[in-house]
Each structure stands twice: as C-alpha cells, then as structure tokens.
Design a protein around this ligand. Structure first.
Ligand SMILES: Cc1cc2ncn([C@H]3O[C@H](COP(=O)(O)O)[C@@H](O)[C@H]3O)c2cc1C
Ligand SMILES: O=C(O)c1cccnc1
Length: 354
C-alpha cells in the first residue's frame, strides 16, 4: 500500500464523543414530543459527532462522480453496451437549458443545491479535455476480472489517491458533505464480486440485475462472479479491490477515507458505493461512523452491505441507478436533521410546558 494511503487511514479517528453527549442532552429538550422526529433524531446526533458540534450545520454538499470502464463488460454482464460509460460522461458535461449536465445526477443535484464534480477514473476511450473533468485515468478500463486481476496494486493506489485529492478539493471549496458517485458499465458485476468476497456470501446472494439484465443474463452474471471468486483466494480488503474492483470503486474509497479523515459527512448511495465502503470498513474501524446510508436500492445485496456496515437506510424508493443519485436525494433530509438540532428552541427557552 502507498504510504500516503496508510497516513490517510491513520488520520481517521472516532467521532467527537463529547459533542455526541451534548447533542443527545439537547435533543431530548427540544420543543416536540420525545422521539417525534423519528429517525432524524439519532441522525442529528450522529451528525453532531462527525462535525464536532451539538449545533451541526451542513453548508456545502458535493457529489463526486468517478467514471471508469470494466474489462468484464466484454462478458455480456450488462443490459447496455460499454460505450454508454463514455457517452454518459459527455452527458454529465453537456450544456443544457437548465445548466451544465443532462444526467439524472445533474438534475437531482441542481434541485437539492449540490455541487457536481466529475472524474475520468479510467474510461475506455480518450475523453476531450473539459475544464470540469478531473483527469485521473492511469489505464483505459480495467482488465477482465473473470480471468485476471482487474488492476495492479500501483493502479489501485493511484486511483485511491486521486479520489482523496478530489474530495480534498471539494472540501476546501466548502463541502461539509460528500456523496461519492459512479458511472461504469459492468460495475455492478465488480461490486457483486467484491461484496461476495468481503462478506463471505455466495454470488447468488449479491448479484443483481444492474441496468436490468434478463433472467438468462443474470444467471450468466452469477457464473462470471463465481469464476472471478474461484480464480483468486485473496480476502484482504485492498488485495480484493485490485483483483475484483474497478477504478471508480478505488476512487470512491479514496473519497471516503479523505472525507472521514477531515471529519466530513459521507453519504452512501447504492450497491457500487457500498462495495467501496466495505473495503474502507476493512481498513479503518472508524470509517462507518462517518457514513450515512441514503436509500436502500433495488440491487440484491445492498441490504447485506448496509447491515454489515451497521447503517439504516433513510428511504426505500426503488432506485437502481447509481451516479450518486440516491445520495443527492438524502442531502435535504440530512440538512434538515442538522437544522432541527441547531435551530429548534428547548422547552425552557420557549417557555413551553413539558
Ligand atoms: C444510460 C445509463 C445511465 C446510467 N447511469 C448510471 N448507470 C449505472 O449503470 C451501470 C451499472 O450497471 P451494469 O453493471 O448493469 O452495467 C453503471 O454505469 C452505473 O453507474 C447507468 C447506466 C445506463 C445504461
Ligand atoms: O445500486 C447501484 O449502485 C446501481 C444499481 C444499478 C445500476 N447501477 C448502480
């Protein structure tokens, strides 16, 4: 492992327990029946611990979309062609009447006041230079994980550090909350293989339909994941990432490690993001304290990931898109949870009888 990655892991400490205690004491005095804000209450207390204040505030929020291609897409494991990855990157950069970006993540981010960052983490075709595209590719697509390691340890480390650098930039520009997001045809196969290996589950238990493969293709996808697992016995998190991962998964891991090291909130979108989080949880026992699950997505295996991370989903809307879309949808809810703790009066302040 690159020493800068170890340094990042070493910087991730526990949340601020004193702020958690103060927030817990304050939460029970707020002018509402005890427990009436439901899940927002424990959420607000967790936010206090991450941000180190019993009056937490989430100012800037950013979704960081890493895009990369997958050698395993050649196995026919997606319902869409691999060229979609590059075309979607251009869609995220397109000028539209509403502003920059015509993808779902752009529209949802605009509606929620979230900044969008985009990284070429290893798209198969060379992309034209664009001022809004952060270029971090070290290889034009990963190798086919069914037959060989998806990436070398050096390639993996380069992408982890690139993800960390992008997160650092977003945080320096004002983000208190980071949503890692992804694009990459074939990446639910990679995420399934990683999840099966790290949680010791069968390929069937964690391999879903991704973009919507039919029953025949799903059976084939399960077999491809099984072949990849049979090919390599590695179980250490970073070894598993190099063997089974994707470049955008490595980049999202770097974003998570950096945001946690800087005590910022990380919102987890879907199944592919979850696979990066499982690698991270294997590296730092404190990382899950900085993670906030958005919704439970429709992909098989997502619930097992959240359970392993000790996270409760905020909603169940049947999303199965990726790009960070679910994470962006969670931002207003997290901002509201923080605002309740920060802005409500207590019974004694308001003179409300309790
Ligand atoms: C037009 C389009 C836009 C997307 N945006 C995200 N994904 C999502 O679907 C892909 C993963 O699914 P699979 O493993 O089945 O290929 C990734 O690109 C992911 O970001 C998209 C997929 C498509 C087709
Ligand atoms: O849950 C996800 O992250 C997901 C599901 C389907 C396709 N792409 C991503």
């Amino acid at each position: 492992m690159h020493p800068d990655i170890q340094a990042l892991i070493d910087q991730i400490g526990p949340p601020d327990h004193a702020a958690v205690a103060r927030a817990g004491a304050r939460q029970v005095q707020l002018t509402k029946p005890a427990g009436s804000l439901g899940d927002l209450e424990p959420l607000s207390i967790r936010l206090a611990g991450v941000l180190g204040s019993e009056r937490p505030e989430l100012r800037g929020a950013a979704v960081l979309v890493a895009a990369a291609d997958h050698g395993v897409a050649a196995e026919g494991v997606s319902a869409y062609p691999a060229e979609v990855t590059q075309a979607m990157v251009l869609n995220l950069l397109a000028d539209t009447p509403a502003g920059r970006g015509g993808a779902a993540v752009n529209a949802l981010a605009r509606s929620a006041g979230v900044e969008v960052y985009l990284m070429d983490a290893g798209v198969a075709t060379e992309l034209p230079p664009h001022p809004a595209l952060y270029r971090a590719a070290v290889r034009r697509g990963s190798r086919n994980l069914r037959h060989e390691a998806a990436m070398t340890p050096a390639e993996r480390d380069a992408l982890i550090l690139a993800g960390a650098a992008l997160a650092r930039g977003a945080i320096e520009a004002g983000a208190d909350l980071i949503v890692p997001g992804e694009l990459g045809i074939g990446n639910t196969t990679s995420a399934a293989a990683l999840t099966a290996r790290l949680l010791n589950l069968s390929p069937q238990a964690v391999t879903g339909r991704g973009t919507g493969v039919d029953d025949g293709r799903l059976a084939h996808k399960v077999a491809v994941v099984g072949d990849a697992l049979a090919r390599t016995p590695v179980t250490a998190p970073l070894d598993a990432l190099a063997e089974l991962g994707g470049f955008e998964i490595a980049a999202m891991l770097g974003m998570m490690l950096q945001a946690a090291a800087l005590r910022r909130v990380v919102v987890l979108d879907g199944f592919v993001e979850g696979s990066a989080a499982l690698v991270g949880a294997g590296l730092s026992p404190h990382l899950p304290d900085y993670l906030f699950a958005a919704g439970e997505c429709a992909e098989v295996g997502h619930a097992a990931q959240l359970q392993a991370l000790g996270l409760r989903p905020l909603f169940r809307l049947g999303l199965r898109l990726g790009e960070g879309t679910g994470g962006v949808l969670a931002v207003p809810l997290l901002r509201a949870a923080a605002a309740s703790l920060r802005e409500m009066q207590t019974f004694s302040e308001a003179g409300v009888p309790s």
